[in-house]
Design a protein around this ligand. Structure first.
Ligand code: IMP
Length: 172
């Protein structure tokens, strides 16, 4: 298994995540922020982001399937695991690893908005705007990247590479 080339190293991730925490805190001056972590890719990002926040937080998990195997999207989004708790009246932030075509986020924002949160925002570690197929609002973006398939820091290729401490690319 070849090692991915470093695209975003660990100190750069840590610095940007601290800034994102400040941005989120400034945008949501509530006592509690409810984070919805999108499994599995956003797990590492969520863990670091909530540790950078100095407010009360709650965390729930949701899972959708968008990609099958490999790097090509089927374009189909399906709910695989729903939240444990309701979001009505809560200040909710969806935490996603990457927004690519936007189909997954569009689906998630739609189902959560229908549940009546007090506010609904989205934080994505990475965004690939050149791949967008649908217009979605992402309130907090860590890094905008070109059209590379990236792995590491939670992101996988066929379940591999999630534990890399950096974001890397497999392409030359
Ligand atoms: P979208 O629905 O096309 O925006 O895709 C979102 C999901 O596809 C993400 O949550 C990832 O799980 C996956 N994905 C998109 N691009 C990449 C990538 O470059 N590496 C790993 N996973 C990706």
């Amino acid at each position: 298994m070849s090692s991915p080339a470093v695209l975003i190293d660990q100190p750069t991730l840590a610095r940007r995540i601290a800034e994102l925490a400040t941005e989120i805190r400034a945008a949501i001056p509530a006592d509690d922020i409810h984070f919805v972590c999108v499994l599995k890719g956003a797990v590492l990002f969520t863990a670091d982001l909530v540790r950078a926040l100095d407010t009360r937080v709650t965390i729930d998990f949701i899972a959708v399937s968008s990609y099958g195997s490999g790097t090509a999207s089927s374009g189909e989004v399906r709910l695989v695991k729903d939240l444990d708790a309701g979001v009505e009246g809560r200040h909710v932030v969806i935490i996603e690893d990457i927004v690519d075509t936007g189909l997954t986020l569009h689906y998630l924002q739609d189902i959560l908005r229908r549940r009546g949160p007090a506010s609904l925002r989205t934080a994505c570690l990475l965004s690939k705007p050149s791949r967008r197929k649908i217009d979605v609002t992402v309130d907090f973006i860590g890094f905008t990247i070109d059209d590379h398939f990236v792995v590491g820091y939670g992101l996988d290729l066929d379940e591999k590479y999630r534990n890399l401490p950096y974001v890397g690319t497999l392409e030359s």
